[in-house]
Design a protein around this ligand. Structure first.
Ligand SMILES: [Zn+2]
Length: 57
């Protein structure tokens, strides 16, 4: 038998805010569109960022 790597890629749960990259606390997490944010503010910040991306296309 080949000695292949049996390590499985550890699938990390999203525990940090996509916007500010801070760890999200359970009670404070804000869930939208399949992603977690630490607050509604961060969610909106990301939305604004993505809107800008679209503009620059
Ligand atoms: Zn955040």
């Amino acid at each position: 038998m080949a000695d292949t790597e049996t390590k499985q890629p550890t699938q990390e749960k999203q525990t940090n805010c996509l916007t500010c990259n801070k760890p999200i606390r359970k009670k404070k997490k804000y869930y939208r569109n399949g992603k977690y944010y630490c607050s509604k503010k961060c969610y909106k910040t990301l939305l604004a960022k993505e809107a800008k991306k679209d503009e620059s296309k």
